[in-house]
Design a protein around this ligand. Structure first.
Ligand SMILES: [Zn+2]
Length: 86
């Protein structure tokens, strides 16, 4: 599992991951909401010249790994993106 947190390089690393593994799965962590996406989802298409509000993410080639992690997080709501339907 790859972890992208608030580290200043995380958004660049995530961009690379998304280009290299567009078919992998990404769990976006925003407050108490965990949303599962496919890495190629348009929700992650940052424009290069815009400042990024980067939410922490976990990425994996195995959806089950992210689902299992999400289940272990107390008080978090697990949802699945309706656009990319992972
Ligand atoms: Zn999505």
């Amino acid at each position: 599992m790859e972890i992208f947190d608030y580290n200043r390089h995380a958004s660049d690393r995530f961009r690379q991951w998304r280009l290299q593994c567009p078919e992998s799965f990404v769990l976006n962590i925003r407050g108490n909401t965990l949303m599962l996406h496919v890495a190629s989802c348009g929700h992650f298409a940052f424009k290069e010249d815009e400042p990024i509000l980067f939410a922490p993410k976990k990425a994996s080639h195995h959806k089950e790994e992210l689902e299992a992690w999400a289940r272990e997080q107390p008080g978090k709501q697990y949802t699945v993106c309706r656009d990319c339907k992972p």
